[in-house]
Design a protein around this ligand. Structure first.
Ligand code: ATP
Ligand code: MG
Length: 267
């Protein structure tokens, strides 16, 4: 039997909640390594609660959102992938793989900005295979408009998010998402909470766990890249008329349907 030992405790693979526990350990290890904020623990716990409601599986509506997101990212002029402390702790290899497939830089982009934490996340990404040229965010020399210039959470890189047309911002904050949309950007988010302001404001919200969503994005992008562009341009056209609010309602209907089954007297 194989075990996984990320931090101080060993989780047996046979544990019924193995995958969930492993994610917790990655977040704890992230905090110990100085790359994840302690508040990141709270955000993760909120995500876990929503993941329980969907049986820790990708919903059909989330898969549709992921398809649309892949088309938008592949046809972007300047896509950027935003990486915060939770993203770096949970899916470092996956975001690097996606960044290479899309030719989109990773930008270390923190709500609780500190130069030390940016450097630690950069080093962490480099240890997982990122190259110096595809990680931005050291300087954070521009400000998202509309958030108040004094606010640390407004900081972004001028050659990254500030000038990007499409931003993949997983686990993003609602205010920042709203401000990026107001700047005219296409924002794709990954957030397990369909009621969060981020989910509401984003152009495309993928209501799924970050690990599952990024893996799905990678395989869809790989598939699309193998096909001739003509084959999926129709999808891109459709994605321009994508209705995020309707997709979120569908997510909520799918959650309700699961709850109805579970609460029925015969279940
Ligand atoms: P908002 O500012 O958008 O209203 P919030 O303040 O409730 O949201 P934040 O702390 O800003 O939440 O962001 C964390 C969000 O990330 C939460 O909504 C949580 O559901 C989500 N989240 C946490 N962990 C994961 C994960 N592993 N996968 C996907 N989403 C996650
Ligand atoms: Mg918030």
């Amino acid at each position: 039997m194989q075990n996984n030992n990320i931090s101080t405790i060993t989780i047996p693979k046979t544990h019924p909640r193995y995958r969930s526990l492993l994610k917790r350990e990655k977040i704890v290890a992230g905090i110990r390594a100085g790359i994840t904020s302690e508040r990141g623990l709270i955000a993760h716990g909120r995500g876990e609660a929503f993941d329980y409601l969907i049986d820790e599986q990708t919903l059909p509506a989330a898969m549709i959102a992921t398809e649309v997101a892949s088309a938008l990212l592949l046809t972007a002029d300047k896509p950027v992938i935003s990486v915060n402390g939770n993203v770096a702790a949970l899916v470092p290899e996956e975001v690097i793989a996606l960044s290479e497939l899309l030719n989109a830089p990773l930008e270390v982009n923190l709500f609780y900005w500190s130069e030390t934490r940016v450097m630690k996340i950069r080093e962490h990404l480099e240890r997982h295979g990122a190259t110096i040229t595809n990680v931005l965010g050291d300087k954070a020399d521009a400000r998202i408009r509309g958030l108040g210039i004094e606010h640390a959470r407004a900081r972004v890189a001028n050659d990254g998010i500030y000038t990007a047309d499409v931003v993949l911002a997983p686990l993003e904050d609602g205010d920042r998402c709203e401000a990026l949309i107001a700047m005219g950007k296409t924002v794709i988010t990954i957030d397990l909470n369909p009621f969060s302001r981020t989910s509401k404001y984003a152009t495309v919200s993928i209501v799924d766990d970050i690990e599952r969503a990024i893996k799905n994005l990678i395989s869809i992008v790989e598939d699309k890249k193998k096909k001739k562009k003509d084959g999926w341009m129709e999808e891109v056209a459709k994605s321009k008329n994508y209705d995020n609010a309707e997709n979120l309602k569908e997510v909520i209907r799918e959650i309700v349907a699961r709850l109805v089954i579970r609460s029925s007297p015969l279940s």
